[in-house]
Design a protein around this ligand. Structure first.
Ligand code: CDP
Length: 242
């Protein structure tokens, strides 16, 4: 673990820690993959999307209709949100109450892109993610982790998959059964719309490894990323002064 220093950015403070950044479009499997990669490597997992969702859920309680939301309203509504450690990951809590149950619903999913487009909100989320990572080896997932949040990440992955397949996986997870083709078609349309709303925020770093998971199992994609991360840490230890 990196000893905390009094000065400098988050990146400088965790000079010897490893950051694996996993980005990609909606439902590309970033969070579940990041969770398993972190578990395999004994790193911490930080899901930045959960923080955007938490800010959205908190703002929904402000009673104002979403068209009137501003950066200031969102930040004021989200002021009591903190990221609390839970095992090797973090959960957003509002005034100490876990938010997981309220952040995955359709209403939050439909409004989260509006919140995520607000520059002041992005800075607020980025600070929370960097603070959670500070001094630890982490796997962080989102849309801009390898470009904006941790541009110096040791390993950057950009996950993509066919939109039909992403919709099928998301529904299987949500419904705990095999979705029908009609259900997948509706979900595909919603995903494509959200991809369009998030396009400005979703950035593939030039040095990211692109992995198309359409024909990969969860285990295969986790295995590939773990192998890449192990190669990076091996190279780092080979070149570090003895
Ligand atoms: O898992 P899924 O792809 O459905 O979304 P998520 O990771 O939970 O993120 C929810 C939303 O947060 C996205 O639709 C984006 O609008 C926003 N987001 C972002 O803008 N930047 C990030 N680094 C992470 C999420």
């Amino acid at each position: 673990m990196t000893p905390p220093s009094e000065h400098g950015s988050a990146r400088q403070r965790r000079a010897s820690s490893i950051v694996v950044a996993i980005d990609g479009p909606a439902a590309s499997g970033k969070s579940s993959t990041a969770h398993w990669v972190a578990e395999r490597l004994s790193y911490r997992h930080i899901d930045s999307g959960a923080v955007y969702r938490a800010a959205t859920a908190a703002t929904m309680h402000s009673q104002r209709s979403p068209e009137w939301w501003t950066d200031a309203i969102v930040l004021a509504s989200a002021a009591s949100i903190a990221l609390r450690e839970r095992g090797d990951s973090f959960e957003p809590v509002f005034a100490g109450v876990p938010m997981e149950d309220m952040i995955r619903g359709l209403d939050v999913t439909q409004n989260v892109s509006r919140v995520a487009r607000m520059p002041a909100v992005r800075l607020w989320v980025n600070d929370k993610v960097r603070a959670a990572a500070d001094g630890f080896d982490v796997v962080a997932d989102g849309r801009d982790i390898g470009t904006v949040v941790f541009p110096d990440a040791d390993l950057k992955i950009f996950l993509v998959a066919d939109s039909w397949e992403r919709a099928r996986r998301r529904l299987t997870q949500r419904l705990s059964r095999r979705p029908t083709d009609a259900e997948i078609a509706v979900e595909t349309e919603l995903l494509v719309q959200r991809d369009a709303r998030d396009a400005m925020q979703t950035m593939q770093a030039k040095d990211a490894v692109l992995i198309d998971t359409t024909y990969l199992t969860q285990e295969e994609q986790v295995e590939r990323i773990v192998a890449l991360a192990q190669a990076v840490t091996q190279r780092a230890s080979d070149t570090s002064p003895r």
